[in-house]
Every structure is written in structure tokens, then in C-alpha cells.
Ligand binder design. Structure first.
Ligand SMILES: NC(=O)c1ccc[n+]([C@@H]2O[C@H](COP(=O)([O-])OP(=O)(O)OC[C@H]3O[C@@H](n4cnc5c(N)ncnc54)[C@H](OP(=O)(O)O)[C@@H]3O)[C@@H](O)[C@H]2O)c1
Length: 320
């Protein structure tokens, strides 16, 4: 029987269970994809951590699972195994990237045809399965901050999943990029076109040294108080500061908040429209998807422990 990884309760990664489920069927406007790789993202553990308070613990199904627990795994890549009656232009056997989707930590996913895009033949499964969430988020953030040629942009969390995308895309747009990261990730960031600086006390001074003419925009992929404070200190125009991590202080600061919480801009259209261009960039070699570690599906909890620690330089990916 096909497997799926699900949270069985709110909590830490040990609540993740691998259960067997029937193979899904395609809706008339959808497809079924045999998953070859599923990207791991912080949203996955945030969804079952209880941090979002979005689910009701009292609703349990007969199997003892919380019926309203969230599905996890919002992106993947794989091979089409079934095509809905109304879907045109897709065939069984097509290699595809699927985003956005739910419940991608699985052997098979059912997805609307609008969520699938052709996977370039030369792109590895792990890279294909972990390109989209971070890539589209980075595109949205750089757009929101108005980053363009001639800017000097400060990227907080430049060595993370979103950061590595943001650094490359900002550099490709012609911006000067200053990116915060732990020292061990500086060589990688230099390779990708950024000037790296260590985060922590004294950050504003290090950024000033790296960008003597000042920074004109900032994108916050780190979510720390420091990232907010230094952005406010160094960027004159608050509308050119965008954060993908919400907090009351960020909301009060008059910066752009991107995401799915109250008062945040989900950027649905720009993110959806960005998918094709991201694939083109990866296919041409202009954009690298940097995979840190792959894990078998059964070690999803281990992947989440590594992710929660927050210092993997690149993507964590599950391989069913
Ligand atoms: N709103 C949205 O649409 C959206 C979408 C995607 C992600 N997110 C959120 O954005 C955040 C980043 O996501 P991600 O996938 O890029 O995560 P990630 O891959 O885990 O990256 C974490 C980054 O944070 C850096 N970091 C760790 N501790 C730090 C500190 N004290 N100060 C500054 N930087 C620090 C790490 O740098 P080192 O490894 O160099 O230490 C790394 O670059 C998460 O909170 C995620 O939930 C939001």
C-alpha cells in the first residue's frame, strides 16, 4: 500500500507517523503523481507544531488520528500515473514538478492539473522537488521590496532555502547583494554573487562596511529582532523592507509582510506566475537549487529535526 507521512497530534517531529493509505485517484481536472522527491519547508513543522492554532484537537477519527490535523508537504516532483478526464496536454509517464500541493510527503499525490509543470529532463529529482516554495517566495519578496539593477539589497538569512534563491535572483537582476549567514556558509554565498556578513551583534556596522554607499532595500528571511532592527536602521524607505516572517513588531513597523497570516500579502498571482520562469532559469543554469541532505520518507521526523535546528545550507528533501 502507498505510504503517507502525517502528524498524529500537535507537537515536535516525533508526532509524525507513516501510515498506509489507498492510492489516490485523479479528479476530473487533476492528476495523480508518483512522488520521487518532496521538498521540506519550515511551514511543514509549523503546521503541526500548534503554533498556528489552526486545528481542533477534539476532532479525532476512528484510527486515532486527529481528523483535522493538517496535511504536510507543499511541493514535490514525480511521474504522472493517472490523468483526469478533463485534463489535456498531460500524459501518463510525464515527469512533472507539482506546486502548490498538499500532502506531498507520500508515495502518491493527487493534484489539480494547474499545479503541475514539466520537469526539465536534466534536473535532478531532489532539486525539482524543492525548487518551488523557496523560489516563488524569493521572487515575491524581491518584487515587494522593489529590488532591481542598481540597488544594494540586504538579504537576512541568505544561506537558507529562501535566502539562497533570493541571493541568486537579486544578483541576476543586477543588484549588489549583502547577505547574512554563519561564517561556514560565506564561501557559498560569494560563489552565488553576494557579499556575506555574519549576523549577530554589530551587524549594522558590518553591512555599512560591505555597502559603503548604503543599502536601498532589505528582505528578511531570518525573522529575528536583529533582522528587523538592522533593516529599519539601514533602509530609509520602509516600503522597501519585506519580511516573510510575521510578528507583531514587524506589523507595527510599516514594512511589507508577505505570507498567509492576517494583514500579510500572499502574493498568489506573482508566485504562481513565477513558476515557469524559475524552471527556465534552472534549466539554463542561471539558478542553482542547492540541496543539503536527502532523507527517505520514513525519516521525515529526522529531516524536521534538522530543519528546526535552522542551519542547513540548502534544501532538505524526502525521497519516497
Ligand atoms: N511567508 C512566506 O510565504 C514564507 C515562505 C517560505 C518560508 N517562510 C519562512 O521564512 C523562514 C525561512 O525559511 P527557509 O526555508 O529559508 O528556512 P531555512 O532554510 O531553515 O533557513 C534558515 C536561515 O536562517 C538563518 N539563521 C539561523 N539563525 C539565525 C540568526 N540568529 N540570525 C540570522 N539568521 C539566522 C540561517 O543561517 P545559517 O545557516 O547561515 O546560520 C539560514 O539562512 C522560515 O521562518 C519560514 O517559515 C515564509
Amino acid at each position: 500500500m502507498p505510504r503517507i507521512v502525517r502528524p498524529t497530534a500537535h507537537g515536535t517531529p516525533d508526532v509524525l507517523g507513516v501510515v498506509e493509505v489507498p492510492t489516490p485517484h485523479a479528479a476530473a481536472d487533476g492528476v495523480v503523481v508518483e512522488v520521487r522527491a518532496a521538498g521540506v519547508n519550515p511551514i511543514d513543522w509549523k503546521l503541526y507544531s500548534g503554533a498556528f492554532h489552526a486545528v481542533d484537537d477534539d476532532h479525532k477519527d476512528a484510527a486515532g488520528l486527529a481528523a483535522s490535523m493538517p496535511s504536510i508537504g507543499l511541493e514535490c516532483a514525480g511521474v504522472v500515473t493517472e490523468v483526469g478526464a478533463d485534463v489535456t496536454g498531460v500524459r501518463i509517464g510525464d515527469e512533472v514538478i507539482v506546486y502548490p500541493v498538499t500532502a506531498a510527503y507520500a508515495d502518491y499525490v493527487s493534484a489539480p492539473a494547474t499545479a503541475i509543470l514539466a520537469k526539465p529532463a536534466g534536473l535532478g529529482w531532489a532539486e525539482a522537488g524543492s525548487l518551488m516554495l523557496t523560489g516563488t517566495t524569493a521572487v515575491h519578496a524581491l518584487h515587494a521590496a522593489g529590488v532591481a539593477a542598481g540597488d544594494a539589497v540586504l538579504v537576512h538569512g541568505g544561506s537558507g532555502g529562501v535566502g539562497l534563491m533570493g541571493v541568486q535572483l537579486a544578483a541576476a537582476a543586477g543588484a549588489t547583494v549583502i547577505a547574512t549567514a554563519a561564517e561556514r556558509n560565506h564561501a557559498l554565498l560569494r560563489e552565488l554573487g553576494a557579499t556575506p556578513v555574519v549576523y549577530g551583534p554589530g551587524l549594522a556596522g558590518r553591512v555599512r562596511t560591505a555597502a559603503p554607499h548604503g543599502v536601498s532595500a532589505a528582505v528578511d528571511f531570518a525573522g529575528t529582532d536583529e533582522a528587523l532592527q538592522v533593516s529599519l536602521e539601514l533602509v530609509a524607505d520602509r516600503t522597501r523592507i519585506a519580511s516573510i516572517t510575521g510578528s507583531p513588531r514587524r506589523a507595527a513597523a510599516g514594512i511589507k509582510l508577505l505570507g498567509y497570516g492576517p494583514g500579510q500579502d500572499a502574493g498568489t498571482e506573482i508566485r504562481s506566475a513565477a513558476r515557469g520562469a524559475l524552471i527556465d532559469r534552472v534549466e539554463s543554469g542561471a539558478l542553482r537549487v542547492i540541496v543539503d541532505t536527502t532523507f527517505p520518507l520514513t525519516l521525515a521526523a529526522k529531516a524536521h529535526e534538522v530543519g528546526i535546528a535552522g542551519h542547513a545550507p540548502g534544501k532538505l528533501v524526502l525521497i519516497p
